[in-house]
Structures are given as C-alpha cells and as structure tokens.
Write a protein that binds this ligand. Structure first.
Ligand code: KG4
Ligand code: ZN
Length: 394
C-alpha cells in the first residue's frame, strides 16, 4: 500500500487529502475541502486572482487538517501529488508551489495529475453504497475497455480507456461544456452561482409538484370512479402535467460522439426573454426541468451509442455534473436496459465535485504500478513539474 498526500487548487476549492492506494483502489483517510463559493457568488463566477489569494490563505491550514485527520506524518507518506492543469493558472500555482516545496523539503517523489484524470479516478475510491442515489455501486476493479462520460464546468467528453492511464477522446463538446450551460441557464433565471445544483433542485421541485398534483388528481378520481390501479392512474396524469415548454436536443442524432450545448442555452434565453418577470418566477422549475432533461437526453444517448460501438465493460461518469441526481439515475436505467452486463460506476457524491481525494486516487494507483527506479526518479520532479492551464490528457 502507498500513502499519498494530494493537493487540488485548480479552481475555487482548496483541497488536501491522504489516501492509501494499491494497484486498483484508493482508500481515503482524509479529504479536506475549503470552498470559496460564497466569495465568488457575488461576482457570478470565479475570479482567478481572488481565488489565488484565498488558496494562499487556506492551503497550509487545509494541509495541516488533512494530515491530522488521517493521523499521518511526513515519514508515513510515500509520494506527493498535485493537480498541475488544466485550470486557472493563478489558482493552480498555489497548489503546485506547495507540493513542490513539500516534495523538496521531505525528499519525496512528486506526481502531477491532470484534473480530468482525477475526476475519472474518483471512481476507483472504495465505498460501499451511494446513499444519495440509492444506486448499487461496484467496488470491484475497473474493467477495461472503460468509457467515461466527463461532465464538468470546463469539459464535456467521452473518453475511452483500454487500460489504466491510457485515454482516447472519442467525442467532445464543440462549444460550451455542459456544466457551463447549467451555470449560464441559472444566471438567465437569476438563481445564483454555481448554477448546476440550483437547476438540479428546481427541476426536482417541478417533478415533486407534478407528483403532488398527480396524487391529488388520483385521490379525486378514485373517489369518483370505481377503484383502479393507482400506478396506471399516475402514469395517465403524469402526461397531463408534463412540461409544456420544449427545448432542442442538439446533435442528438449526429453520427459522431460530439456534443453542443450553446444552442440549448440560447433556446432557454429566447424563451425567457418572451416571459414576464412573474411568469419566469412561476415557471422556473419547469424551465429547469426541461433544460436539464434536454441535456441529459443528449448525454445519455451519446454515451449508450459509444458504449455499444466500443463494446465496453464499464461505464463511468466523472466531473462536477456527475453530482446531478437525474443524470446519475437516468444513465443507470438506460445502461441496465441496453447493456445489463456492463458495470456502471459512479463516484460517491462527496467525490463528484473538485476535491483532492480524486487526485490522490489517480496518483496513488499510478505510483503503485511503478517500479522502484521510476519511483526514485520522481524524487527530482519538484525541479521540473510544469503548471499548465491547457494541460492535455495523455
Ligand atoms: O468538476 P467541477 O467541480 O469543476 C470543474 O472542473 O469545472 O464541476 C463544476 C460544475 C459547475 O458547472 C456546476 O454547476 C456543476 O459542475 N454542477 C452540477 C451539479 N453540481 C455541480 N451540475 C448539475 N447538477 C448538479 N447537481
Ligand atoms: Zn473538476
């Protein structure tokens, strides 16, 4: 087992984690995340220099807390890992400077981790059951070929892995990332930042309202008519209370595995521009529900198509948008319908958003697979580690 200390500061979370890793799994001993959401919410998005200042303020207390919670000291640590891109340069530099300093001071091997690689390896963190989605989560080894649907604020990609740490991008967004579209729609509707969780919650609220209306209707009908099965009655009335607004499903039928979300966001903007303030307020849950469903329809359809083409053994979701309740659920349902033998891995929601545990997982599994010579070579890496805003996944 390899004990890894990891740091993540690519955007607006200062995070440090300790993990114990073997060749296939990561067990998390601590994962401290200090969020700056409140600070950036005022500006409607992340301000890079403000983020960097906060990281500088938080990095040492966060590191200390991660070590204390895991009850480990420098002598227990086998390697240090850090996100070295992609992300906001002023923010990334705080993490990489801290990691390089510790690697030099403690004479430890240093690993740079691509942020998206981290999101994918959040799926290798051991845990029993995802309580939020009630879905059964597999704890077995990642089986290849594996298809990862990467959905975050900066990325929307379908990545094929034929083995550990080998990535082939088989499809990606031609314009906005899906998380960006969630954030922009939230801004159009004045829901605050970050938008994804807000849109998710409003969409859920619409679904709940529909269910309540259905229940009421069912009660009335049951009183008036002879009793019928309530499930079929619910289905009947669900159609009646369906969303009346419709948004496009961009590129859903294109023969490739690419995406486009900017037209969908614009469709929301045009629809909202035609509404009065009162109507926007009243229909926000419905707009969120339909926008979210349009995005999910495209993501799920393309993932299923790619899973078929590449005959994959595992499908995973990765990135902040993987916290979306409906996406987690609907991709699972669709997969079990089309490919009942394909393993569906989703990260525990605690590891969906940016965090250092996922960075520790990717680095620790890679380190556990290295020979002694390669590990020793990394002891000098603090001298040359590069920090890149557009780091490529290789
Ligand atoms: O991975 P992440 O934390 O940061 C990046 O690497 O970009 O992803 C952040 C993105 C934001 O766009 C945020 O709105 C979105 O993930 N997000 C969600 C949900 N929670 C976060 N989108 C939809 N539903 C959610 N529940
Ligand atoms: Zn991320």
């Amino acid at each position: 087992m390899q004990t890894i200390l990891a740091i993540e500061t690519s955007c607006d979370e200062t995070s440090a984690a300790i993990a114990r890793c073997d060749r296939d799994h990561a067990e998390i001993l601590s994962n401290v995340v200090s969020s700056q959401i409140k600070l950036h919410a005022e500006y409607g998005g992340v301000v890079p220099n403000l983020a960097a200042r906060e990281h500088v303020k938080n990095i040492l207390p966060v590191l200390r807390q991660a070590l204390e919670e895991a009850k480990v000291g420098p002598s227990d640590i086998n390697a240090i890992a850090v996100t070295n891109g992609p992300g906001l340069i002023p923010a990334l530099l705080v993490g990489t400077s801290a990691a390089r300093t510790l690697a030099w001071l403690w004479k430890k091997p240093l690993l740079g981790v691509h942020h998206i690689e981290g999101h994918i390896y959040a799926n290798a963190i051991t845990h029993s059951q995802d309580q939020s989605s009630k879905l059964k989560v597999q704890n077995q080894n990642m089986e290849f070929p594996l298809l990862a649907l990467v959905v975050s604020g900066g990325h929307t990609q379908l990545i094929l892995m034929r083995e550990h740490f080998r990535y082939e991008i088989v499809g990606e967004t031609q314009d906005d990332a899906v998380g960006e579209a969630f954030d922009k729609v939230a801004r159009i509707l004045n829901l605050g930042y970050p938008g994804g969780p807000q849109v998710d919650a409003y969409a859920h609220q619409f679904a709940r309202t529909v269910t309540e209306k259905n229940a009421e209707k069912t009660r009335k009908r049951v009183q008036l008519q002879r009793p019928r099965k309530s499930a079929s009655l619910q289905r009947l009335s669900a159609r009646k209370f369906d969303v009346s607004i419709k948004f496009p499903r961009p590129m859903i039928d294109s023969p490739d595995f690419n995406f486009s979300f900017s037209g969908l966001k614009t469709a929301v903007l045009y629809a909202v521009q035609k509404m009065s303030k009162k109507e926007i307020k009243e229909r926000t849950p419905e707009i969120c529900k339909e926008f979210q469903q349009a995005a999910i329809d495209v993501l799920v359809t393309k993932t299923i198509k790619a899973a078929k083409k590449y005959d994959v053994k595992t499908v995973t979701i990765a990135g902040g948008v993987s916290a979306n309740t409906e996406l987690r659920k609907q991709l699972g349902i669709s997969l079990s319908k089309h490919f009942p033998h394909t393993v569906y891995r989703i990260p525990n929601t605690a590891y969906s958003l940016d965090n250092a545990a996922m960075i520790a997982s990717a680095a620790g599994i890679r380190f556990a697979r290295m020979n002694k010579k390669n590990r020793a070579e990394l002891c000098d890496f603090w001298k040359t580690l590069e920090t890149k805003s557009d780091l490529q996944l290789r």
